[in-house]
Design a protein around this ligand. Sequence first.
Ligand code: SAH
Length: 214
Amino acid sequence: MVREQMEERGIRDSRVLEALRRVPRHLFVPPAEAAEAYEDHPLPIGEGQTISQPYIVALMTETLQLTGTETVLEIGAGSGYQSAILSVLCRRVIAIERHAPLAARARTVLDRLGIENVHLLVADGSRGWPAEAPYDAILVAAGAPSVPDALKEQLAPSGRLILPVGGERMQTLHLLRRDLDGTFTNKNLGDVAFVPLIGAAGFGLPDDLGDIDI
Ligand code: SAH
């Protein structure tokens, strides 16, 4: 998976490639899908959601240029695979998922792998998570109709925010960088197809989930 889908398609950061080698992706997919865990496409994980395509996980992770010291906010934790990759590359991950059954399963797998620096919550991540802001990096794994203001506000100076923006099925991947003067630069990284971000700053009705530690 790493050689054919990552290195040959231009993923170069050796820390990211090492993290992809280390984290066993098959543990994050339902048993019926395990045989396909290392193929380059999304897979169903329940609740109508999918584990992201490995190449997109690699691309989004590499784009954040993590060095190991960062606090990262991840929205749409789903299976927990992306959380596990980030946990190897930064100091602490705050991961938010709106479907409690997915978050519970993700927590079990992260615990089984001995990953202790992921704080997993059930909440509407489209509001971000102000309690632990600012974040050095924010990664959103669900398509937003526009860039949520709360996420821009919760970004540290020089912080990076990567997210799909567009419709409920097709989006464009954007990398925003907060400059020291508080302005943002925005880079378009191409077309992607994520499940929609559901919530106050997403599609659909605002969630009223309360905020639960998992
Ligand atoms: N990185 C995950 C991707 C899962 S798909 C993985 O590889 O497994 C995106 C996830 O975003 C879904 O699990 C969906 O339930 C979740 N999601 C959608 N809107 C959300 C919101 N407002 N807050 C938190 N999670 C959300």
